[in-house]
Structure formats: structure tokens, C-alpha cells
Design a protein around this ligand. Sequence first.
Ligand code: 2RA
Length: 339
Amino acid sequence: ERYRVAILGATGAVGTELIELLASRNFPIAELRLFASPKSAGTKLKFKGAEITVECVDDRSFEGIDIVLASAGGSTSKALAPQAVAAGAVVIDNSSAFRMRPDVPLVIPEVNPHAAAEHQGIIANPNCTTILMAVAIYPLHQVQPIQRVVAATYQSASGAGARAMAEVETQSRDILDGKTPKPEIFPYPLAFNLFPHNTPIDDRGYCEEEMKMVNETRKIFGAPDLRVTATCIRVPVLRAHSEAINLEFAAPFDPERARAILANAPGVKLVEDWSANYFPMPIDASGKDEVLVGRIRRDISHPNGLELWLCGDQIRKGAALNAVQIAELLIENNWLKRK
Ligand code: 2RA
């Protein structure tokens, strides 16, 4: 069987990756419709050698569509997802609009695939930092429940979109040419600099990006009491996020056992050459499907602690790939139609 798929935000960094993945993974497509904002309508994009003209959404756009892959921001998803669901489509939404709604599964296929079966028309793609961390730590959680997570993230410019990636390149050139960089997308110069993620900060001093890691991880793991804290930093890297993760268990977790588990974990690639001091790097993770994990070691400050380091492509596994894998999961299990 083949499916009629629509992409919202088709001209963005994630939208472009969605199109590439649907082709490279040979997704069973009967028809692909591409939607974007009025300023991008009329653009012609390539899919499997054919040209597809980008459209603006209208009130008949979702008729006959089976799957909508939405990556056009939370306000667009809030406005259009109900219309798409009413037309009989399943919406896999990359925005944060619906992630914490009890009737909306928040899904990482390697972690909680069965949650997808319960959808009521909308399935939410978790935040990129949550996806990359969860893929790396859930295999350990399955063996010995994690009691506490301390995460520090080093997030690439791609998390703020294609224009943000271009901005950090321009700023880098400006600085090397002795010019003053002019931040537009970001509040401050990112080239040769870094700064805390600039989402709004709550009354406890945590920004929205940090609270996404806390709340989304608890929902995905089905562990509402899991203790999670995070510090999210934007760094001058183009498209792969990095994360330093500290895990606390109820008892010691042997690093060798963790290494063996992660070496065989779905969606994970163990990258460790201690003699060469070679571990996951954004330049190796970029463009790859796997989350690269390494530097697994006992936490010398806590008997039940374990440390690890990861890098993952924010646009791919952090967003587009996870969404396409959810669509594949729905098809493989015949879960497209609401129960
Ligand atoms: C970021 N996770 O990196 C957010 C959105 N992709 O800015």
C-alpha cells in the first residue's frame, strides 16, 4: 500500500530533511504534497527526480491525506493540526504545541513505540535534545531504573533553523575579516562565542528548553518522578547537538556493562578510542542517523553515578528522522487509524 503524505514547513531545515528521508528510505508514497508560508509558495522542490511545487495551505489541503509531517512552528501546528485530523489524516508534529497533552503520544520509536498506537490523530515528536538523550540512556534505564539525570547540552545553530546556521557562518567570516558581527536570529553573536539557550526563563531560573528535557523525558519514560535537571547552551556548531549526561542509579552501574548495552542499543553508535582520545564529535554526527555515544565512565563523585557524552544530528534524528520513523511505525503496525 502507498500513502498520501503532506509536509508542513517543507522549505525549512527540517522540512528539507523530511523530503530527503522520505526518498532515501523509500517511504511508500502515493503522493507528496509540500506546504510552506505564502512567501515560499511557488518554490519548486525535487522529490525522487520529480519537481513538486510548494503550496499554501487552504481549507481543502488535507482532503485524502494520510499522514501530515508538520515542522512549521507551534502556531502553525495549533492552527492546522485539527483541520488535518478532521480530514482523516494523522499528524506527526515536530513543534512543542501538543507534546505534553495527555491524549497526544510523545514518541521515540527506539524507546516507547507502543505509545504511538494510542494516538487520537496527533503524535508529537519530542524536542531534539530529549530525543538524543533518551535514545542513549533508555537502554540503561531498562536494565536499572535511572533515579536522576543531570544534562548539559551544547546545541548547534540548526536548532534555530536554516537562517540561524547561515548567521553563524556570516558572523564567523565577519570576525575573521575584522568586522563586528551583527546578531539577528540570535540575541548575541554566536561565532566564537556561546550563550545559554534564549527561550523564556521561569521563576525557578529554568528556560523552556531545559524544562522540555525534564518534562518530556518523564512522559516518554513513563516515570513522572524521574529527577531531571538540565543546562542548555547554544554553541557555534552548525547541525549536531552534543550533551554531557550524568546518571544516578539506585546502585552502582558498571561502565563496562553500560558500554556493552549501548554497543548494541537501537539508534546508538558507540564511539570510543581512549588511546586516541577520540570520542563523539558534531562533525562525525552530522548527517548520520545514529546518536554517537562515548566517554562512558564511572562518576568518581558518586558510587551510583555514571557519566557519558553524546553527539547527534539535530535536524535528522533530532527531528526529521524521528518523525519519519514514527510514520513507518504506524504503517508497519497498522496504527494509522485512530482506535
Ligand atoms: C533548539 N531544540 O535547538 C530547539 C529547537 N529545535 O533551539
